[in-house]
Design a protein around this ligand. Structure first.
Ligand code: FEO
Length: 618
């Protein structure tokens, strides 16, 4: 029996979940299952985005038939050729012989590699920025090589502002009846699975993921539909900012991942003691026994934390086997920009520390602490001081936290003002709008307070430099609409980062909605609207304080109001670490990057085997 989910009136999820798969790609455990997503767009022409894994072909076939109803399929878009998304291509093209297959040249080549059948005349080959009109919708094809394979492309539906993102923004875990990330507690239940998915599947290709993010920043994105995991319609900015960190190999959290490999528990003992000493300094730690924790969890944690400690016994004159595998996994996934500390153990010839150091030195921008703690069989009391020093050295490279923070008494002067203290007040963030003749305008403010009832009065403070403030002084009327937590960063850019004197703030808005006073508001990402008439105003220096009678107020949704703190934590993109300006050449076919000033004429791409003519400067 079919099991589909309607995403929009004309967009249906026709994928399926698999909770029996032991190892995704034969290597990554998926204890919460995995979803294979596929989507059908029912426009004047019908479009199927990708197919599914062979494990769920039957359900998929039923889903596609149900979603299409009496209609046939006009287009199959193949964004990614990995078999977990292409196992049902043959079923689809056999059942819908009129359907065109939309793909790029590289995909066509791979179809030939994987399958015996010939797409031939049915192929509609697309390249960067090509478009396909399907009636109401316009699909734009964007190449995303090496996110995660060389042929990957994504599709932007510029009509409904949906990004069909292939492997990008994916997540492990079955959907369990939901389809949108905001239907579950994503942060608590799925963020680690999203991080584990990114780090292990795409982690190696940070430059390519970053290039895709840059391309995407040119689009207004209101929904993301990936090939695995939930679709996104809210908090898109917040999830994208995770991607910005991950693709830059920038840590998400200050803290220490301690990965240890132990045979009889002595190396574990040293790791535990170090962890306790770090905790005493108020530093967060996360410990893994790498012999029992799947490597994919440890790799994901390494992408999360700022500091990595490796503690390993020596085995066969080398690094213990499970630690060796982890180190090799981390270097293969391009881990960089971390502070590293090393503990080694060896009863007669400890070598693991030096070998780990050698491997870590090959990674970019690693700060490897000089002193390795070297244990002979078991830690001795005299060596506690060495772990103490290691904990100190780690603490010195972290911003002061918790107990580690030594507050100098005279550093807090009674007459000093730290504006950040005021940010702790639970300010909201609101759009203030006004109308003067034919001119509509709006700006972001953070102070709206109900001050009386009756009469029902509010006060707002508007910066004198804001054009909207002048309009209210002139007209005596305004609207305030309360933004909800789903508000994307672009709204703050639209109303907060430019002046209405020289721009039309509502130019990009698809809504022309006005309250009874004729002043505009935007109903999306807004939970309520308050309209008011000025009763008094006073000059407060930089701002005008308006006291106003409420003339109309209405609620649009139950979504939580965005606070100033929430905006900083979840919506405003975090500053990115400065990246060294790289010089080099990128393969147009697969995205391989050759760093350096010169591209040898006879250079051959080690990934896709194309020659120098297929490279372009970065
Ligand atoms: Fe599920 Fe790279 O594909």
């Amino acid at each position: 029996m079919f099991s589909i989910k309607r995403i929009k009136d004309d967009l249906i999820w026709v994928g399926a979940n698999d909770r029996r798969l032991a190892m995704f790609e034969g290597v990554y455990s998926v204890p919460f299952g995995v979803s294979y997503n596929s989507y059908i767009l029912l426009d004047e022409k019908t479009v199927l985005f990708d197919t599914v894994d062979k494990a769920v072909r039957q359900r998929f076939e039923e889903n596609v038939a149900e979603a299409l109803g009496t209609r046939t399929l006009d287009y199959l878009v193949i964004q990614h050729m990995e078999p977990d998304h292409t196992a049902a291509i043959k079923d689809v093209i056999t059942k819908y012989p009129e359907a065109k297959v939309v793909c790029n040249v590289k995909t066509l080549e791979m179809i030939g590699q994987f399958f015996e059948y010939d797409i031939g005349a049915r192929a509609l080959i697309v390249k960067e920025n090509d478009t396909l009109d399907t009636g109401r919708h316009k699909l734009n094809f964007i190449m995303a090589p090496m996110v995660h394979w060389p042929e990957v492309m994504v599709t932007y539906d510029s009509t409904d502002k949906i990004l069909f993102s292939a492997d990008a923004f994916g997540c492990f875990g079955a959907l369990n009846g939901a389809i949108f990330a905001d239907e579950v507690d994503f942060e608590k239940d799925y963020m680690n699975e999203a991080r584990r998915y990114y780090a292990n599947i795409v982690g190696k290709y940070g430059d390519q993921a970053e290039a895709l993010l840059k391309k995407c920043s040119a689009f207004q994105i209101e929904m993301i539909c990936p090939l695995h995991g939930f679709a996104w319609r809210n908090h898109i900015g917040s999830f994208m900012s995770k991607y910005m960190l991950w693709s830059n190999y920038a840590p998400e959290d200050y803290g220490v991942m301690i990965a240890y490999a132990t045979v009889y528990g002595n190396t574990e003992n040293a790791a535990e003691i170090l962890s306790a000493k770090l905790r005493d300094r108020g530093i967060k730690t996360q410990m893994f026994d790498v012999s029992v924790t799947p490597a994919s969890d440890v790799v994901a944690a390494a992408f999360r934390w700022s500091h990595l400690v490796f503690a390993s016994t020596t085995y066969n004159a080398g690094i213990f086997v499970t630690m060796e595998a982890l180190i090799s996994d981390l270097t293969a996934h391009n881990i960089q920009n971390r502070t590293v500390a090393i503990i080694e153990n060896g009863s007669w010839a400890p070598t693991s520390g030096g070998l780990i150091r050698e491997q870590m030195e090959k990674c970019k921008n690693m700060n490897i602490l000089e002193n390795t703690v070297s244990i002979r069989s078991g830690l001795k009391q005299a060596q506690l001081a060495e772990l103490e020093s290691m904990a100190d050295a780690i603490a010195e490279t972290l911003p002061a936290t918790g107990k580690n923070k030594k507050i100098e008494e005279d550093s807090v002067k009674m007459d000093s003002i730290d504006s950040k203290a005021l940010n702790k007040l639970s300010y909201g963030l609101f759009v203030l709008t006004a109308k003067d003749g034919e001119k509509d305008n709006g700006c972001i403010i953070n102070t709206v307070t109900q001050i009386a009832n009756p009469p029902l009065r509010i006060s707002i403070a508007a910066n004198k430099a804001n054009y909207t403030c002048g309009m209210i002084l002139k007209t005596g009327e305004f609207n305030v609409y309360i933004l909800s937590e789903s508000a994307p960063f672009r709204i703050f850019q639209q109303f907060g980062f430019r002046s209405g004197k020289d721009t039309e703030k509502f130019a990009d808005s698809s809504y022309d909605v006005r309250a009874a006073n004729g002043i505009r508001y935007v109903p999306e990402h807004t939970n309520s609207v308050i309209c008011a008439k000025v009763a008094e105003s006073s000059d407060q220096g930089s701002h005008i304080l308006f006291v106003a009678d409420v003339t109309q107020a209405f609620v649009l949704s139950d979504e939580r109001s965005v606070t100033y703190q929430y905006y900083f934590d979840n919506i405003k993109p975090k500053p990115q670490p400065q990246k060294e300006e790289k010089k080099g050449f990128v393969c147009k076919i697969c995205g391989y990057v050759l760093e350096g000033e010169k591209l040898p004429e006879d250079f051959v791409c080690p990934l896709c085997k194309h020659g120098a003519s297929d490279f372009e400067p970065m």
